[in-house]
Design a protein around this ligand. Structure first.
Ligand code: SF4
Length: 390
């Protein structure tokens, strides 16, 4: 059965307003927040410069309590508290790998939970953020897919992962990459992703260069095009994993709704719009997507779309009928591809495997929505710039 895509306007998010009707201050977005705060402050007879002070406390000082905004009058802090709220993401658990990769599990206000992974390298820190609680798309190899879809994250819940990671890492020496490769399919949370990207990029807020942000998708064609049009500097990674529809239908079920010809057409349009080379992520599943016919199809596909290929070694999920390839097998697969295509083909080093560093795995390990024996992991690997790949 083809998995059902969540509604663009998520009724489950609307339920959050029943839990707490105050406006989530990180969800408003650049420009709109200044306008909303400006109007609200003017009604109260407060000077306009308070807007800048409040934004500074939120994004530069990274507080999550209005009471901490000590440059504001006490009465104003109290009034802000009554009118606005911060996203209720609470740190539930952190695990640090021997390689420095750290995984954080956050509890949300309605009891859902999501993960963020910090992957440090010598020069940059990469934050792998979640865009949905769970995921509807049920990719056959994925721990998050086993959880099932819970709800979209609000823009505030998305950017607050970054804000809190910036606070937690405890230094400002390294630049930051943000990759949307955590839990969920970001392009199925498009409206909130747009606000989150605007907020991350805006120089008054996070000021993270758009080139430092990667959106990873398993393939929602019309939104790939929309991403290129709205954010031409943001990078795109497509979780391909198979170049034949018959294979991809099985391991990435959204392919039954949006087959490869649609996906590739969208990728070409994205390239035409942005002038950039996209990344195809390819999880090596021995005997499934590395057969001679798979290689032929992948080589042909790379003739059609300017792209590089990131190969990843699969890490088994209990119940999934795939095995982990040896380093030698994946290296041989890489070399075969390199001999057949001019596209760059890389094999990524694993990071954080000792802390269940893969998407959805820590949440699964805590037994959040599935039985305990469904725990497993999907490999996340770092690129030279510290990116992860789905
Ligand atoms: S790989 Fe991505 S799209 Fe597929 S089930 Fe996992 S989180 Fe969802």
């Amino acid at each position: 059965m083809t998995p059902k895509e969540p509604l663009p306007t998520d009724r489950r998010i609307a339920r959050l307003a029943e839990i707490d009707p105050r406006t989530e201050i990180l969800a408003v977005g650049p420009g709109r927040l200044e306008a909303a705060l400006g109007a609200w402050l003017a009604e109260r007879g407060e000077p306009g410069y308070r807007v800048e002070q409040i934004v500074h406390w939120i994004y530069a000082r990274r507080v999550d309590d209005f009471a901490a905004m000590t440059t504001l009058p006490k009465a104003l802090r109290g009034a802000l508290e009554k009118r606005f709220r911060f996203p209720s993401i609470r740190l539930a658990e952190s695990r640090e790998s021997v390689d420095g990769t750290t995984k954080h599990l956050w509890s949300l206000v309605d009891g859902e939970s999501v993960e963020t992974v910090l992957i440090p390298t010598e020069s940059r820190d990469t934050f792998c953020v979640s865009s949905q609680a769970g995921c509807a798309l049920a990719c056959a190899f994925c721990a998050t897919g086993m959880i099932g879809y819970k709800r979209n994250l609000t823009p505030g819940e998305i950017v607050d992962q970054v804000r809190r990671m910036l606070r937690l890492r405890g230094h400002e020496e390294h630049g930051v990459n943000v990759v949307f490769m955590g839990m969920g399919e970001p392009l199925l949370n498009w409206e909130n992703l747009e606000v989150a990207l605007e907020t991350l990029i805006d120089e008054r807020y996070f000021d993270i260069g758009a080139r430092r942000i990667t959106v990873s998708t398993v393939g929602v064609p019309e939104r790939i095009v929309a991403l290129g049009e709205a954010f031409p500097q943001v990078r795109l990674a497509v979780s391909l994993h198979a170049a034949l529809d018959a294979v991809r239908d099985e391991i990435v079920p959204i392919n039954r709704r949006h087959p490869l010809r649609q996906l590739l057409a969208a990728c070409r349009l994205w390239h035409d719009e942005t002038g950039k080379i996209l990344t195809f992520e390819y999880l090596h599943l021995p005997g499934v997507n590395d057969r001679p016919e798979d290689v032929d199809a992948l080589v042909d596909l790379l003739e059609e779309v300017p792209a590089k290929v990131n190969l990843m070694r699969y890490n088994p999920v209990p119940g999934a009928p795939y095995r982990r390839p040896s380093v030698e097998e994946t290296t041989a697969f890489r070399d075969t591809l390199r001999g057949r295509t001019k596209a760059a083909v890389t094999l990524r080093k694993s990071r954080g495997l000792d802390i269940e560093g893969a998407c959805g795995q820590l949440r699964l390990a805590r037994g959040a929505s599935v039985v305990a024996d469904q725990t497993g992991e999907v490999e996340r690997e770092a690129t030279p710039t510290g990116e992860t790949t789905r």
